[in-house]
Design a protein around this ligand. Structure first.
Ligand SMILES: [Zn+2]
Length: 144
């Protein structure tokens, strides 16, 4: 039986999770936080890099700013899309006004930009507002 690493949304510690318990609530070994929590996570540069590099599950990073109209217009759709992917795709948000290191690292020039990562590597990116349907389809594609 294999395990995969899942970074805790609460404390950012790395947990090795049995693949066959994916569909159940899984507690973080450090803080008892829920690893299958499907909600979006507003993260700093440090936490973002940890999620990108340590997670065996796919990771979305939405680079946004509060003064960007399309970013704010996508806010709710991004949250709704995340609800369907607990323990499958981690939906992160980085406020690119406050945190610029990760955005620089990946050459993000316009907002919103959403980058999909798998196994620590960028696999896809989009630099425009996506609808709920587009976000969901995109996340689905990452699972195959
Ligand atoms: Zn934790």
């Amino acid at each position: 039986m294999g395990t995969k690493n899942v970074v805790c949304p609460e404390c950012s510690s790395v947990n090795a999770v049995e693949i066959d318990v994916e569909s159940h609530i899984v507690e973080c070994s450090q803080c008892k936080g829920d690893l299958s929590d499907p909600f979006t996570l507003d993260v700093s540069d440090d936490a973002c890099m940890k999620h990108i590099t340590e997670n065996d599950i796919a990771v979305f990073v939405d680079f946004y700013s509060t003064t960007c109209g399309p970013c704010m217009a996508m806010y709710e759709d991004y949250e709704d899309a995340a609800l369907g992917f607990g323990m499958k795709v981690r939906f992160l948000k980085v406020n690119a006004e406050k945190y610029q290191l990760v955005a620089k690292e990946y050459g993000v020039t316009g907002l919103p930009t959403i980058i999909a990562f798998k196994g620590g590597k960028e696999v896809d990116r989009v630099s425009r507002q996506l609808s709920l349907v587009e976000l969901t389809m995109w996340a689905d594609r990452l699972l195959v």
